[in-house]
Design a protein. Sequence first.
Length: 338
Amino acid sequence: MDFVNGPQGPPPLRSGAPYASIPAPGEPPAGRSVLAQIGNTPLLALHRVTVGLGEVRVCAKAEWFNPGGSVKDRAALRIVEDAEAAGRLTPDRILLDSTSGNTGIALAMIGAVKGYRVQLVMPASVSEERKRIVLSYGAEVSYTEPMEGSDGALREVRRRVEADPDRYFYANQYDNPSNWRAHHDGTAVEIWRQTGGRVTHFVAALGTTGTFTGTARRLKALAPGLHAASVQPATPIHGIEGLKHLDSAIVPGIHDPALADEELFVETEEAYEMAKRLAREEGILAGYSAGAALAGALRVARRLERGLVVTVFPDGGDRYLSTTYWGEELARAPGRRP
Ligand SMILES: Cc1ncc(COP(=O)(O)O)c(C=O)c1O
């Protein structure tokens, strides 16, 4: 399999600081690395899609505010910096992972900052925008059969690492505890602070499961009565990029089913419809997995008399505008030019 980008660009420039996201003591806020902008995303209150919910509030972490445009910046940075600190990622190694897109974007961005060569394997069905973004950061990309989904890309990466283990640092977002720890130490703590400790329910959709596992684990430690609900696509074949139907997929090693007080299943059409409602009713242009997360959060919220439901919107909607769903919606849009 050939890579689309070849080895290229200037020689590696290591950042030097193993934890580039944490400013050194006395460091001024200006003039920091783009990596310092990862995390501390806004918590947005939803006003119109929640009409009729009375005393119940629904809020969402707006993860497209991360510099790579998604929640995966958090996990990727933690994976890279933990590996650097442990001596498992060195300048001579290629940073390799399978990704449905957003982790690849995050690794490509981080690799560009820190001077690592990055190789990504992704299903050919990933949206055109995502492919172009990783190539723009200088990553090398190869594609697997669309019908094999994210598991096909995963198998290809494992094959490559087994063939030449010393050549790569395999980020392995599905099994790497640094993935969920990013959310345990970041996302969850932010939610706790941003809600003043008033969060009662947490809802998140499952891909690698890092967001749900890390955030739910920490929030439950902070508030033992907190209710955590996970969201999956309802069917094995679905159109919600970034999410996994766990019964029919390779289950991520970091998945901890004991953390979910309930499992919710969302149809592709409902996720798409919710993504459209977010744009039209809240002014939030988010991805389809955010639509799935919202569908789950509203299901939980409708059962309550009072409470504060927090969910996570993993990425923005601009990465999906070339998909069929938005294409058909926009073709119907009033004021569309001929
Ligand atoms: C768009 C999108 N939504 C949701 C997720 C799921 O997040 P996690 O991998 O933390 O479970 C991902 C992960 O890749 C994603 O790219």
